[in-house]
Design a protein around this ligand. Structure first.
Ligand code: AP5
Length: 215
């Protein structure tokens, strides 16, 4: 099957990115992670990166108009013609409304990944990321084959600057205050599907496929 529109919603560290990579490949659609776009902009020292860096380092959201503009531009690219998977966008009601305007109201399926805050802290403080190819692993749950090295490209793994316990707790607070309302917003529109994000990645992926009607 090819094509489709998906939004992945859920607390930081719920495993949205991990699942998004697989589902986007299965559907032949681009995986659009606003976090990744912003991190790349910071790494490359662009104007966007300069604006975003302080917000990201503090665990706060980058202003709506900045992120909505980035996504609007990305959705005009030709690879989005048959669909896309949005990972980490929208994150506020203002972003949700901006997306609806852009898509004429057809936002597709919204998948909400549920995970306890205790587990979020364990997953994020143990996450290690490849600064070269973006691959993620986890020191305990998904350890790399060679300690400290990316399985895909061999680059030395790093800890994301916003994955310290202090910043993770702030990201959770921001999520509760600014993103939590989207669950009700999309629930009311009957486009929301809940998936338990606890369990091994393959179990979550099976639950995700069941939830979107693909056994
Ligand atoms: P972003 O990069 O979007 O971060 P996030 O939503 O906080 O999500 P994460 O990437 O941290 O987690 P994830 O759910 O993808 O989990 P993952 O699969 O990696 O945003 C970062 C920042 O950018 C924001 O704080 C904000 O400043 C800014 N930003 C981004 N979008 C924005 C927007 N729309 N508006 C405003 N600002 C925005 O998994 C986590 C770990 O767990 C990994 O180590 C993984 O290996 C492991 N893991 C995954 N699944 C499992 C499993 N089933 N079992 C065990 N371990 C698992």
């Amino acid at each position: 099957m090819a094509g489709g529109r998906f939004i992945f919603l859920g607390p930081p560290g719920a495993g949205k990115g991990t699942q998004a990579v697989r589902l986007a490949e299965q559907f032949g659609i681009p995986h659009i992670s606003t976090g990744e776009i912003l991190r790349n902009a910071v790494r490359d020292g662009t104007e966007l990166g300069t604006v975003a860096k302080g917000f990201m380092d503090r665990g706060e959201l980058v202003p709506d108009e900045v992120v909505a503009g980035v996504v609007a531009d990305r959705l005009t690219e030709s690879d989005c013609e048959t669909g896309y998977l949005l990972d980490g966008f929208p994150r506020t009601l203002a972003q949700a409304r901006a997306l609806e305007q852009r898509t004429g109201g057809d936002v597709g399926r919204v998948v909400y990944f549920e995970l306890s805050e205790e587990e979020v802290v364990v997953r994020l403080t143990g996450r290690r990321t490849c600064p070269s190819c973006g691959e993620n692993c986890h020191v305990k749950y998904l350890p790399p084959k060679i300690e400290g090295k990316c399985d895909k490209c061999g680059t030395a793994l790093i800890q994301r600057s916003d994955d310290t316990e202090e910043t993770v707790l702030e990201r959770l607070r921001v999520y509760r205050e600014q993103t939590g309302d989207l669950v009700g917003y999309y629930g009311d529109r009957k486009v929301l599907t809940k998936v338990s994000a606890s369990g091994a990645p393959t179990e979550v992926y099976d639950a995700l496929n069941r939830a979107i009607g693909r056994e």
